[in-house]
Ligand binder design. Structure first.
Ligand SMILES: *Cc1c(COP(=O)(O)O)cnc(C)c1O
Length: 353
C-alpha cells in the first residue's frame, strides 16, 4: 500500500455506464466508450464490455494495445501519426482521420498486413482542432472509397476541446447535410455518424440529432459530467475515482508569503489573501502526478492553496477533522487530474469490487 493512491470503484463506473447507455438507446445512439481518462486499464475496460459497450476509443495506440485480446471494436480517436501506420492498423479497427496523406499510408499498411482498416472522416465545425474542411470532404470521401484496404465507416466531428465550441442544432444540421452529400457522392449509406463527446450528451432526448448515431463518451462515464456545462448527469456518480494522499506536514503559518517575491516553481505569480495565521497541511503529491486545479477535497473544510511538482498545500483551519501527520486526505478528481494520475507511475491504483 502506497500513497498517493487512486481508489477505483468499478460499481460506480458500471452505474454510470448503465444510465448513459439507457438514455442513448432510447434515442437510437451508439456509445463509443472513451478510455484515455484511465489509460485504457483492462480492468476498467472489462466493466465497459460487460455492461454493453461494444466500441471503445482511445487516443493512443499504446493504450489500445493493452486490450488487444478483448472482444471490442477499437477506435483510435487521435488522428494517427504516419510513423505508426502499421501499429494503427494492427491494434485498432477504426481511426479518426483528417489528412488524406495519412489515410493513404494506412491503406498501404493494411495491404502489408492483409487487413482492412476503417476510417471516420472528421469534419471541422468550429472548435478548431482536427477535421477536414467541409468543402474538401466530398472529394476526400470519393478518394478514400477507392482505397482497397480502407473502409469508409463514416464521418464525425469534435466539440469543446480546444475552442470550447458547444454543439447546437445548427451544427447537427450541417453534419447531417454533409452526411447525405457524402452518401450521394459514394452511392451508399455511411454506418457511423459520430456527433461529438460528453458535451453532446445533454442533447439526448432534447433535440433532434438527425443523422447522428454515435457519441464518444469519456468524462460522462468516468465522472458523470460533461465539460461544456459542467453539470452532473442525473443519477451518475462523480466519485468512482478517489485520490488519497498522505500528510507530511501540519503547521500554523502565515497566509501570505513573506520576503522578496518572484515567480513560483511554474513561472506564475500567484496572489494570496491575508487571512492571518492559518493551519496548513502538506500532502505528498503534486503537479507531477495531478492537475492540482482539478482536485476537490471531500472534506468541505479543506481548501487547496497551491501545489508544486511534488507537494500539495491545503488550508485545514476550517475543518472539523483532526488531521495528523501520517494520516491521509481524500479528493474527488476532475478529468485533468484523473488523466495525469492514472498515467503516473508514482500513483498507486486500487480497485474496489
Ligand atoms: C477525449 C475525446 C473524446 C471524449 O471526450 P469526453 O469529454 O471525455 O467525453 C471524444 N472524442 C475525441 C476525439 C477525444 O479526443
Amino acid at each position: 500500500m502506497s500513497y498517493p493512491k487512486i481508489k477505483i470503484d468499478l460499481d460506480k463506473i458500471k452505474n454510470n455506464i448503465n444510465i448513459i447507455l439507457k438514455k442513448a438507446q432510447e434515442n437510437n445512439i451508439d456509445i463509443m466508450g472513451v478510455t484515455k481518462g484511465f489509460a485504457c486499464e483492462p480492468e476498467i475496460v472489462k466493466v465497459f464490455l460487460e455492461n454493453g459497450i461494444k466500441m471503445v476509443g482511445d487516443s493512443r495506440i499504446i493504450n489500445l494495445k493493452k486490450i488487444q485480446n478483448l472482444d471490442l471494436i477499437k477506435v483510435l480517436i487521435r488522428i494517427p501519426m504516419i510513423s505508426t501506420a502499421l501499429e494503427v492498423v494492427k491494434y485498432s479497427d477504426i481511426s479518426l482521420n483528417s489528412e488524406i496523406k495519412t489515410i493513404e499510408e494506412l491503406n498501404k499498411a493494411g495491404k502489408k498486413l492483409n487487413k482492412t482498416h476503417g476510417v471516420i472522416l472528421m469534419v471541422e465545425q468550429g472548435d478548431l482542432r482536427e477535421g477536414f474542411l467541409p468543402e474538401e470532404i466530398l472529394e476526400v470521401a470519393y478518394e478514400v472509397e477507392k482505397m482497397k484496404n480502407i473502409n469508409l465507416e463514416g464521418i464525425g466531428t469534435n466539440f469543446t476541446c480546444v475552442g470550447g465550441v458547444i454543439p447546437d442544432s445548427n451544427k447537427i444540421f450541417q453534419l447531417s447535410q454533409l452526411t447525405e452529400k457524402v452518401e450521394e457522392k459514394i452511392g451508399r449509406k455511411l454506418k457511423i455518424i459520430s456527433g461529438g463527446n460528453s458535451s453532446s450528451y445533454h442533447q439526448l432526448g432534447e433535440v433532434d440529432l438527425k443523422r447522428i448515431n454515435n457519441l464518444r463518451i469519456g468524462e460522462g462515464i468516468l465522472l458523470g459530467r460533461e465539460t461544456a456545462f459542467g453539470e452532473n448527469i442525473l443519477g451518475t456518480k462523480d466519485d468512482g475515482f478517489i485520490l488519497e494522499g498522505e500528510i507530511i506536514e501540519i503547521k500554523e503559518k502565515e497566509s501570505v508569503p513573506y520576503g522578496r517575491r518572484g515567480m513560483d516553481a511554474f513561472g506564475k505569480k500567484p496572489e494570496f489573501k491575508d487571512r492571518g495565521l492559518r493551519k496548513r497541511a502538506i500532502l505528498a503529491l503534486g503537479k507531477q502526478d495531478f492537475e492540482c486545479e482539478s482536485l476537490y477535497p471531500i472534506d468541505k473544510g479543506v481548501e487547496i492553496i497551491g501545489g508544486s511538482s511534488d507537494h500539495l498545500v491545503v488550508d485545514i483551519s476550517d475543518s472539523k477533522i483532526n488531521y495528523e501527520v501520517g494520516k491521509t486526505m481524500k479528493f474527488k478528481m476532475g478529468y485533468g487530474a484523473l488523466l495525469r494520475g492514472m498515467t503516473s507511475i508514482y500513483v498507486d491504483k486500487e480497485y474496489k469490487k
